[in-house]
Design a protein around this ligand. Sequence first.
Ligand SMILES: C[S@@+](CC[C@H](N)C(=O)[O-])C[C@H]1O[C@@H](n2cnc3c(N)ncnc32)[C@H](O)[C@@H]1O
Length: 179
Amino acid sequence: MRPGLTITSEGNYESPSDPGEACYAGSTKRRSVTPEEAQILQREATGLRCLEIGTGLGVSTMALAVTAASLCSVDSDDWVHDAVIPELSLDDVVFVRELSEVTGRFDMAFVDGCHTKASVLRDLQFVATALEPEGRVFIHDCYIADVAEAIAETVLIPICAYPTRCSLSSFRYPGTVPS
Ligand SMILES: C[S@@+](CC[C@H](N)C(=O)[O-])C[C@H]1O[C@@H](n2cnc3c(N)ncnc32)[C@H](O)[C@@H]1O
């Protein structure tokens, strides 16, 4: 694991130097996917063009980058771009700050940005436009009420609810081909 991260009692990584997520007025520290979830993402990304929303501490980014054919990762926070991304040394990954900077089509998306309902709705609406018809979207923290409500309002079809600590689940959009 990247130096400087500590594992929490819940099994996520966090960074002591994290100033907190801007989307929660800076009061909430970023928490990564768990090692088990990173393994799932790494396996599922194999050979695929992947989009990640929420680089954060880079734990999921590093996992996806191992097996993905390509990876674009989005994070709006300056601290992530200044303190995290340079430490990842992932020269082949495209890092951007806004969804409007994302180009291309994707086979898999991983949504782990801001967990307010409005943000998740916006992220899922964007992913709908960027995924190939048979593409899957993986969503972290589905147990959070705002995330669950956004999923329900987007009308996603569940594929797999992984039995992980933070409710990692995969979905497809209606009208697309099951994979
Ligand atoms: C929970 S962290 C992601 C953790 C990451 N998946 C990991 O495993 O290390 C969520 C990230 O989403 C970013 N974020 C919040 N709102 C965003 C937005 N509107 N667009 C892009 N990124 C956003 C935050 O800056 C934060 O770094």
